[in-house]
Design a protein. Sequence first.
Length: 223
Amino acid sequence: MRREELAKMIDHTLLGPTATREGVERLCEEGIRYGVASVCVNPCHVPLARKLTADSAVKVCAVIGFPHGMTTAEVKGFEAEKAIASGAEELDMVINVAALKEGDYEAVLADIRGVCAAARKAPGEVLVKVILETALLEEGEKVAGAILAVAGGADFVKTSTGFGPGGATVEDVALLRRTVGDKTGVKAAGGIRDASTAIAMIEAGATRIGASRTAAILEGLDQ
């Protein structure tokens, strides 16, 4: 896989609690230079990221209910609306993991539908990716979460926040791909630090990669 091809599948991320304006500026500069799919930031940084990427093909992705997913469906929907109004073109939302583990599928579905409803009301296309935090789930829970993501109208199901006890695995990506079929995207995120790992995730079925070490991943490939 060539560098340009992989870059177009990467969400270049800066999501930590110490993310500064300077860091976001650097993120966007790198994102534009490498030609990534999107820069993924916290909602407070969406206006800045949108301004910095306005003359490029790089989209702005905002996280919703991040990183624990324990706010209410109403709050997640409102956060999604505000992020879109600020310039977000993609949304990565965290489900209520505890609700999923308890089998409260209606609560999980309400979360997803609320964010997807906000995206569908937007004037342009806004993609929604549903983060399951797979390291906290049993196999059946991963399958249930992926099914709920599709039922709720999401465009992607995503493995991890990168802030949980573990990140993406090839096995989880393959499981999610088998579960959602070919029409829904699968995003692998968390712990992807080099090109070989990113490519392994893609070969397992990922159609998007979330990474903060994008430069290290891409510099390992031929142009």
